[in-house]
Design a protein around this ligand. Sequence first.
Ligand code: FAD
Length: 301
Amino acid sequence: MNKKNVVTKLEDCNVFVQTNINISEYTSFKIGGNVDYLVRPKSFTDFACAVNIANDENINYYIIGNGSNMLISDNGYRGMIILTSDLNEIALINENLIECYAGVTVANLCKFAFANSLSGLEFAWGIPGSVGGGVYMNAGAYGGEFKDVIKSCNYINEEGKLTEISISAMDMSYRHSFFSDKKLLILSVVFEMIKADKSTIKEKMDDFLTRRKTKQPLDFPSCGSTFKRPINGYASALIEECGLKGFRIGGAEVSTKHSGFIINVDNATCKDVLALVEHVKSVVLEKKGIELECEVKTLGL
Ligand SMILES: Cc1cc2nc3c(=O)[nH]c(=O)nc-3n(C[C@H](O)[C@H](O)[C@H](O)COP(=O)(O)OP(=O)(O)OC[C@H]3O[C@@H](n4cnc5c(N)ncnc54)[C@H](O)[C@@H]3O)c2cc1C
């Protein structure tokens, strides 16, 4: 089927769709070529409709939250990107439970928790992702992880049915969850928090944000830490000890402020970043005997 007909089918379902869209603006790396279809479901029904059409038409699809952990090919993606940003409702369901759709930004979730005097998510203040991405990645910082505050999740299973999963079944570990490497939509999440004094919550949030601003190169596009933390060490320390701080390929550079970050300093391409990732990995392996693993998700390669 040609693109026009696919668009008509999506529009008939009231799903917002754009074609031939440059995806770089939707990623924090500011990298990536054109994608065939970009759709933004506003509800479970919209999502199910988009997925059914993609399946019927043999179109690949991929879910993106805030794109803050995505490296997308310079050639883009032949298929449908499903952006969750319009799935963005958030509510207090009792005095210490927050229910939130996957497209809510972590920043808005943290603000909402603070406004309701709920503690537990202070660690996440400054993580630039969405709630769905945070769950998928089990995002974490400063001793906290998403797994510590999740009670349950609603997701859409392989048969397209809405399914509830509790935290005990979510197989959460360092940057890993039940959802890792699966193509399931995390639709909503319930967070279980603890009542606390607003000033104590704010103090922690301010402290964590200050630490980020001091240590991280936030004025350049990036995906945060490029590599996972190896056992018994830190990727940034290993990279620095190997003399790679500031090493550059094309427009991609190992940050001089935080060597765990690869940053886009000058119109970097996906090819530049991948070449730099490979270079860093091979030097660290050769000099330190440690194999670094990429934390960033790639698409369209
Ligand atoms: C400056 C900076 C600092 C960062 N600091 C941290 C940090 O301290 N700790 C940390 O853990 N990470 C950090 N990150 C990385 C990133 O913010 C996290 O991994 C975040 O959780 C990704 O969320 P996202 O919505 O942007 O996901 P995306 O990048 O959009 O997607 C990441 C993965 O999640 C999947 N996904 C997203 N939403 C859904 C959904 N609703 N259903 C199913 N799958 C989904 C995607 O398919 C993809 O595989 C940082 C990034 C930057 C740029």
